[in-house]
Design a protein around this ligand. Structure first.
Ligand code: ADP
Ligand code: ZN
Length: 731
């Protein structure tokens, strides 16, 4: 049945609001009527809230009491495909629709009227008398083609005073006009010359380009080692999309990546694209949202939530570093941007490219099963080769107490110093030391609100909880036994490693890269650029450095504790360690100098360490896939996590037990419930947390069963229940 697309004034309409209600509300269409999908403002109690015309009204509300929609907002209506996407992703993630709508309207001032500014345009008429200054202004106008500027902008561009510009208005050479404040993005030119691709790269680019030109849905895994030219290749797919007159989205995992990336896009297409991430200003976000909706932003570079922008004609989504865990949001609306990208593309006949040197097992398996296509870039571009990888067997190394750089690693670093090359030490632990312990009683400092140990950050001179961010000074007396002066750091954090490095290499320029040491993303970006330009001899980094930065002088990577990721009960521990180690090793030898990666380990014969060193990736994936298949866990089985939380533990536990007892809907589909059990982090921000885990076989209607199962649960008082489909983090 065809949906009704327009509602005349006074007709009953159903409005989905961003308020936490479990249904659409009925209103009357406003004066002048409204389109299906229109963004509107509606009265709700004493307030006015944002909503979208979702369909005809349900008709079950007394028509005498029906209130009219206040007004239709001056933005493009939501497209059908977007309504379907929000509905399907809400169903998939078991998120209430209003929360999905909030995600899709996260731009400030959407309900404000479009703000205007006075701009100047040339009339074609010449002033009575031409002066140098006037000439400069007019040629500036000329140079920028149809773009409009304010008097001040124009004066700055031409290097004259505003009175010269005003003079031209008086003379009739320029005309004042009102124009919206949010400007369209400059046009990108797909036909500027790109780099000359290698045969391998060109073949991959052609295949992707054909996919885009075909105008159908499809997902492709683009696999290639770091530096093999994946970015060059997918930029050609972007070019094909622009040529087809459609929009492209490039998702990146880490905001720190964008500086380098934007420069490359600008080089390729001659202008900067739209940027969408938490670091963007409010005005910028509003501009992106509006322009994307009007089709006046051809390319968006963004973080995961850019997936929920109101594209008018989305033809391509790139998910770069698709294995990256930051694509999974596990608070609030729990979704995986990689999976939602595939869903979104399917709704709008777009292509998806999942790019990675070390794909997730999910994606690898989808490619194996033929659901995704797969393109491999075999070699690194140019003379760069993968670094040689070796283990340093820590059982055979002699280190002084409380130091972590082995003599073998130190020697390799010295050699780099002498040759003027860079070394990078990788340790995935922020702060000074992971634990602060009392040498009198063995007690340690825990967070007052969470069930976690506090981590010393010497840079801030405080202890910090990595769960809730709470900080406190390092106590002089032990909080348990009150003995003074016995609190001591145990184990290495990145800051402590910095001290050790400085002591070993007093003459070295050392750069520590850890997210918490930088006041802003911008400061971090800048530091990374300086380092790439050679302003450091030794770089120390947490997982931040594993992600795609280019350090041409880097020829040695030292992994301080290769065993770190192998501990723990996470089903993805082996996969994560494998990916991280290979990514970090990929930092070395990107330019014309060969690199070396050394991994300090106490278990050099561990299968994961061996697989990393051997370089036989397919063997690793096959072995890992076989283990998961045998255990019936993702991607060969399905999982969901339920976290219950509340201020009082007994009430939370009772709710968990009640759910576990009444598991009929789950049993119907053959799913199992585990728990309730205290979550691995049993308390966060003062709330007790209890977890249930659900396991089902592939192909079962898990979401539907969970929805029926939790529906009767009564969330009294301050109890909360959150569902995480395909959980990644077990915390
Ligand atoms: P990846 O995305 O796989 O890590 P990139 O696309 O970033 O690889 O390529 C690595 C480096 O090599 C970049 O500096 C890139 O500009 C350069 N490069 C790759 N392919 C070519 C090419 N065909 N011609 C010139 N430079 C290239
Ligand atoms: Zn805390």
């Amino acid at each position: 049945m065809q949906e009704q697309a327009f509602f005349n004034e006074g007709e009953r309409v159903g409005v989905l609001t961003t308020q936490p209600l479990d249904r659409c509300l009925d209103y009357r269409a406003p004066e002048g009527g409204c389109h299906l999908g229109a963004y509107v403002e509606v009265p709700l109690g004493p307030r006015r809230v944002l909503g979208v015309i979702w369909g005809p009204g349900a008709g079950d509300f007394d028509s005498a009491k029906l209130r009219p929609v206040n007004r239709v907002l001056d933005v493009a209506p939501m497209r059908d495909e977007m309504r379907q996407f929000l509905t399907k992703s809400a169903d998939y993630t078991l998120t209430p629709l209003p929360a999905m709508l909030r995600l899709a309207t996260r731009a400030p001032g959407l309900s404000d009227p479009v703000s205007m500014r006075k701009v100047l345009r040339p009339t074609g008429q010449m002033p009575d008398r031409m002066t140098d200054a006037r000439e400069r202004v007019l040629s500036a106008v000329d140079e920028y083609g149809g773009l409009a500027f304010t008097a001040k902008e124009l004066a700055d561009l031409a290097g004259v005073t505003t009175s010269v510009v005003k003079g031209l208005v008086k003379q009739g050479a320029l005309r004042e006009e009102e124009a919206p404040r949010d400007l369209p993005y400059p046009r990108l030119d797909p036909d500027l010359p790109g780099k000359t691709l290698t045969d391998d790269q060109a073949a991959a680019a052609n295949t992707l380009g054909e996919g885009v030109a075909g105008g159908r849905y499809g997902t492709t895994l683009l696999k290639g080692v770091t530096g093999s030219g994946k970015t060059e290749v997918y930029l050609e797919a972007v070019a094909a999309t622009l040529r087809a007159g459609r929009q492209a989205l490039v998702l990146l995992p880490e905001i720190a990546l964008t500086a380098e990336f934007l420069k490359r896009v600008e080089q390729r297409f001659g202008a900067t694209p739209a940027e969408w991430h938490s670091g963007a200003t409010m005005t910028e976000r509003r501009r992106v949202w509006r322009m994307v909706g009007q089709g006046k932003a051809q390319l968006v570079i963004g973080a995961r939530s850019a997936l929920f922008l109101p594209y008018q004609n989305l033809g391509l989504i790139i998910v770069d570093e698709e294995h990256d865990t930051s694509y999974k949001q596990d608070e609030g609306v729990c979704y995986n941007a990689r999976d939602m990208a595939v869903l979104r593309a399917a709704m709008c006949s777009a292509q998806v490219v999942l790019a990675s040197a070390t794909p997730s097992l999910e994606t690898w398996a989808n490619a194996e099963a033929g659901k995704y296509s797969r393109l491999d870039l075999a070699a690194r571009f140019g003379s760069a080769v993968l670094p040689e990888m070796r283990a340093i067997d820590m059982r055979a190394e002699k280190l002084p107490a409380s130091t972590w750089i082995s003599p073998s690693l130190k020697q390799a670093m010295s050699a780099r110093m002498e040759r003027g090359e860079q070394s990078l030490l990788f340790l995935n632990r922020r702060g000074f030391a992971p634990v602060t312990i009392c040498r009198a009683c063995g007690g340690h400092v825990t967070c007052d609100h969470c069930d976690s140990r506090m981590v010393e950050h010497r840079f801030m001179k405080r202890l910090m909880c990595h769960q809730c961010g709470e900080t406190k000074p390092v106590p002089d007396a032990c909080p348990t036994c009150q003995v003074e002066g016995k609190m001591a750091p145990v184990g290495p954090g990145i800051e402590r490693l910095g001290e050790e490095t400085a002591a070993l290499f007093p003459e070295a320029r050392i750069a520590v890269l850890s997210s918490d040491l930088f006041a802003s993303a911008r400061a971090l970006k800048q530091r990374i650029e300086e380092i790439a330009a050679g302003e450091a001899d030794i770089i120390l980094g947490t997982q931040l450095v594993a992600k795609g930065h280019n350090f041409p002088l880097l020829t040695l990577v030292g992994v301080i504790d290769a065993d770190l990721g192998l501990q723990g009960s996470d089903l993805r521990a082996a996969e994560r360690t494998f990916q991280l180690m290979r990514q970090v090793a990929g930092r070395a030898g990107r330019a014309d100098r060969p690199g070396e990666a050394l991994m300090q380990t106490f278990q050099p014969e561990h299968p994961v360490i061996r697989a990393i060193l051997s370089g036989d990736e397919e063997a690793f994936w096959r072995a890992e896939a076989a283990e998961r298949q045998a255990a019936g866990v993702p991607p060969y089985g399905r999982m969901a996590g339920i976290v219950l939380s509340g201020p009082e533990l007994p009430a939370v536990m009772d709710l968990g037990m009640a759910l576990a007892r009444n598991d009929g809907p789950l049993r119907q589909i053959g799913a199992q419930v585990f728990g309730p059990a205290p979550a691995p982090i049993a308390r966060i921000r003062g709330r007790h947390r209890v977890r249930l885990l659900i396991k089902a076989s592939k192909g079962t209607p898990l979401q539907d069963a969970i929805a029926r199962w939790i529906k009767p649960a009564r969330l009294k008082g301050d109890l909360r229940l959150s569902v995480d489909i395909d959980p990644q983090n077990f915390f």
